[in-house]
Design a protein around this ligand. Structure first.
Ligand code: THU
Length: 136
């Protein structure tokens, strides 16, 4: 059975667990993510780098792909944690990827010690582009 969302702190702990599996031999920058879908299920992911650097995937998108490939296309929240000293926010690609599956997503951004900031996707990606904008 899938893990269910309880609290932001527990979600960050799940992201931290995924962070331990980060494959980041090039940057050494470990990132873990945990996404909550509409029914409360949680999917986790880590960054997966590649010797051909641009092929690498961020933790957030790993988690999103896991959720979507299990049939969940509505995101409620995303937690991301790194081994960095500063709080890190999802990169531009990940913000757009989150946007595809929800406009009202809450994002918890944590640093190494699990302290975190809370933001809405709309703050991090204002005036965003979505499926409705493809209408010609
Ligand atoms: N990275 C993530 O996984 N998520 C982010 O939000 C920022 C960056 C990864 C990509 C790369 O593997 C490493 O961190 C350094 O950029």
């Amino acid at each position: 059975m899938a893990t269910k969302y309880t609290t932001p702190e527990a979600l960050i702990a799940l992201a931290d667990g995924a962070k331990q599996r980060a494959y980041c031999p090039y940057s050494k920058f470990q990132v873990g993510a945990a996404v909550v879908v509409e029914n409360g299920d949680v999917f986790t992911g880590c960054n997966v780098e590649n010797a051909c650097y641009p092929v690498g995937v961020c933790a957030e998108r790993t988690a999103i792909c896991k959720a979507v490939s299990e049939g969940h296309t509505k995101l409620v929240a995303v937690a991301v944690i790194t081994n960095g000293k500063t709080v890190n926010f999802p990169c531009g690609l990940c913000r757009q990827s989150i946007r595809e599956f929800g406009t009202d997503v809450t994002i918890y951004c944590a640093k190494k010690d699990r302290s975190y900031q809370t933001h809405k996707l709309k703050e991090l990606l204002p005036l965003s582009f979505g499926a409705e904008n493809l209408i010609q």
